[in-house]
Design a protein around this ligand. Structure first.
Ligand SMILES: [Zn+2]
Length: 395
């Protein structure tokens, strides 16, 4: 398959008109075009969302209750929603996803997509290590008997990391503060002692797994960064000294902007408790994160899309929002959603170059000059793993 004479934004910058050829699943050749043909279009790499939750309501219309749907829906049915979410993201140009609360279901999706059994994006899956009464433990009401595993104390933390390694996880998700959608906690609750966090990071790294840490509070960000986690998720209450620390370490931060705004403003169905907690975060967020970006913090695309509060397909809107809130220019925001996001999660994606996998978006416009052109309604075609999965390639 090929595209000739199309303006190329290759994951780092605009290269002018190019001729591209690929096969499933490898880019064969990229070279300056013999003749420019599609001046109103462009090609860019598929986007990389470093923070999603595939298993959530994927139907149309008003989503059912976020807290009870997982408890009242069979596992088999939930997995099908996960497939639908992954494929919906792919058709909207997001060809690599990292699920940050995975279990056997997301691993099965990864394997099925990799084997070509079903068309689907590239997946990375992290298993959660969290404490009793921690953020991840509080998505299930106290009286409900079927609960996800928790770990308390350094030894149990190491054990759960090992259980996830055995299951085939790509990495670990750690929680070092409370959160918005968990029930009964506060954003600033401490999640884990330094000794427990150190045990998780040490064990995960020993087994070749990166650690992504959920952290809203300043204390949660600080201890995670100091103990050497590989990314910060949310990072909402990032003080100036923490921004300096994260910038110096080049630790990627996924700011999950749209979800916290949507919850804070009550634009999506949530409890009064969650709305209040999100409002407290968003009140200071824009000033803190814009300053952090100016200090050089490495922000990457991470939406927290789950189908209930942010949809799969909202990723382009999140990238546009990153330019507004963080003050990134269009090129920096595109890199944060492609090459740098791929580097942050250790996947060889987010770039258009010979030898890499063929994940491409053909788009109307010039998003590196005008970020608003990065919109799902401007998608002309999407190629995932070398195969056309949405629209039609220009002839
Ligand atoms: Zn999340």
């Amino acid at each position: 398959m090929r595209l000739d004479g199309i303006p190329l934004w290759d994951g780092t910058e605009h290269r002018g008109p190019a001729d591209l050829s690929w096969e499933p699943d490898r880019i064969l050749d990229v070279r300056p075009a013999a003749a420019a043909r599609h001046g109103d279009l462009c090609v860019l790499p598929g986007l990389v969302d470093t923070h999603v939750h595939l298993v959530g309501w994927a139907g149309s219309g008003e989503p059912p209750d976020f807290a009870t749907w997982p408890l009242t829906t069979t596992r088999d049915e939930q997995v099908l929603h996960g497939v639908a979410h992954a494929q919906r993201a792919m058709r909207h140009g997001v060809t690599t996803l990292r699920d940050l609360a995975g279990d056997e279901a997301q691993i099965a999706l990864r394997r099925v997509f990799d084997a070509g059994v079903l068309p689907g994006p590239r997946l990375r899956v992290h298993g959660v290590v969290g404490m009793t009464a921690g953020h991840n433990d509080l998505f299930v009401p106290p009286a409900f008997p079927l609960r996800k595993p928790t770990a308390d104390g350094p030894d149990e933390c190491r054990k759960l990391v090992r259980v996830w390694a055995r299951a085939g996880m790509d990495g670990i998700k750690l929680t070092t503060s409370g959160g918005v959608l968990s029930m009964g906690d506060k954003n600033v609750w401490r999640n884990y002692t330094r000794e427990e966090i150190r045990a998780v990071v040490d064990e995960a790294h020993a087994l070749g797994m990166p650690v992504a840490s959920h952290a809203h509070s300043a204390d949660g960000i600080r201890v995670a960064a100091e103990e050497g986690v590989d990314s910060i998720e949310h990072g909402t209450l990032m003080s100036e000294d923490l921004a300096g620390l994260l910038a110096a370490r080049r630790t990627p931060v996924a700011p999950t902007l749209l979800i916290n705004e949507a919850i804070a403003e009550g634009r999506v169905p949530v409890t009064a408790e969650s709305r209040q907690k999100a409002a407290e975060l968003v009140a200071t967020r824009d000033v803190l994160l814009a300053r952090a970006a100016a200090l050089g913090v490495r922000f990457v695309l991470g939406t927290d899309a789950n189908g209930h509060h942010v949809r799969f397909g909202d990723q382009m809107a999140e990238v546009v929002r990153m330019t507004r809130v963080l003050g990134l220019d269009a090129g920096a925001a595109l890199r944060a959603a492609t090459s740098d996001a791929a580097d942050a999660i250790g996947v060889p994606a987010g770039r258009i170059a010979p030898g890499l996998g063929a994940d491409l978006i053909v788009l109307r416009g010039r998003p590196w000059e005008r970020i608003e052109d990065l919109a799902t309604e401007n998608i002309v075609a999407v190629v995932s793993r070398g195969r056309l999965v949405a629209g039609a390639l220009p002839s």
